[in-house]
Design a protein around this ligand. Structure first.
Ligand SMILES: *Cc1c(COP(=O)(O)O)cnc(C)c1O
Length: 352
């Protein structure tokens, strides 16, 4: 595996720290399929409480947590609505259709920013045997493919109120809800209050090797538990992984502000070196999306030039490059990345 001086491919790359490994090694465990793993139960309760929900369920991945949310709220032949860039429709490989028989319709959302009105304009209920009924609206916070966008609480609340009136459930994909919370100062429970179920990842910026938690009502989580087992996600002495999550909750939430500062600083330097490649005001959390094409680069060539210099980014389209800050990119790596980014961008500008 090549190693990079600054690896900005994804915040999933984080490796467990020494403290986290020690916590894992010392974890009390039991058979979690029998509900007897105390560390898993502690994690589930802790996350549920943080988000103001009754119960939680530990899952191996965020995709499974999201899909359990879909499964709990939708029957086969019903539909979910989301924005067109949402992870649940773009990056889960058609799971809602394959596993739950659920169709998806999407609204468009520049930068993934939640439009408080668009979802409701698409909701269809009570149309019985004539049209597909909407049973779920999915929203994402922060928005990954939108560039780490923080959803305004007012928009989340507006959609929540409207879907509640229509009897449609709401699922919040909060893979990076921790980042939204740290960037906005909005309490996690206020975000939690905006949805029937919420999924959160422990394995992104929080730095755990594995794991997500789905929270919701006791009934919803009990049903999700059945479906988790059915999908092959019933795990045994998994407290050893839940311990990593508990460690991350204790030690790695507040420090996300460092990732946000570094991302913003890099965006500002890039904007100065190559005006038009990014608007630093859009960098709200740990993700920077550069418009490489706007400054004379094709995204794959730009990524290759960065890699040559020891910096890894990700070409998310032929024109755009994503850079993600995380636990394993420190001050020195950030400074190095900024030097490489600005020099490479300037070279593109000269070639035009
Ligand atoms: C990473 C991510 C997930 C979950 O991904 P897994 O790889 O399945 O853990 C879900 N939603 C968003 C927005 C994500 O970025």
């Amino acid at each position: 595996m090549p190693s990079y001086r600054a690896d900005l491919l994804s915040d999933t790359l984080t490796a467990p720290t020494q403290g986290m490994r020690a916590a894992m090694a010392g974890a009390e465990v039991g058979d979690d399929v029998f509900g007897e793993d105390p560390t898993v139960r502690a994690l589930e309760e802790r996350v549920a409480t943080l988000l103001g929900h009754e119960a939680g369920l530990f899952t191996p991945t965020g995709s499974m947590a999201n899909q359990l949310g879909v499964r709990v709220h939708c029957q086969p032949g019903e539909e979910l609505l989301s924005d067109s860039l949402a992870h649940v429709v773009r990056a889960e490989l058609g799971a809602a259709a394959v596993l739950s028989g659920v169709t998806s319709r999407t609204w468009s959302a520049p930068r993934g920013l939640l439009d408080p009105v668009a979802p409701l304009s698409m909701v269809v209920t009570g149309v019985g045997p004539y049209q597909v009924c909407t049973s779920l609206v999915c929203v994402e916070n922060t928005h990954n493919f939108g560039g780490g966008t923080v959803q305004p609480l007012s928009a989340l609340r507006a959609v929540r109120a409207a879907t509640e009136r229509e009897g449609v459930a709401m699922h919040l994909d909060g893979a990076r809800l921790w980042n939204a919370h740290v960037a906005s100062g909005v309490p996690l429970a206020d975000y939690g209050d905006c949805a029937d179920t919420v999924s959160v990842c422990l394995s992104k910026g929080l730095g755990a090797p594995v794991g997500s938690v789905l929270v919701g009502s006791a009934d919803a989580v009990a049903e999700a538990r059945v479906w988790r087992k059915r999908l092959g996600g019933g795990m045994r002495q998994v407290g050893i992984l839940a311990a990593a999550g508990l460690w991350a909750l204790d030690h790695h939430i507040e420090r996300l502000a460092d990732d946000h500062d570094r991302a913003r600083r890099a965006a500002q330097a890039c904007a100065e070196a190559a005006p038009g490649c990014v608007d630093p005001a859009t960098v709200e959390t740990n993700i920077v999306v550069l418009d490489a094409a706007a400054v004379g680069w094709e995204a794959p060539a730009f990524v290759a030039a960065l890699a040559e210099a020891g910096v890894r980014g990700y070409a998310v389209s032929p024109t755009a490059v994503r850079l993600v800050w995380h636990l394993d990119v420190d001050e020195a790596a950030t400074s190095y990345a900024v030097d490489v980014l600005t020099a490479t961008l300037a070279a593109g500008t000269r070639r035009r």
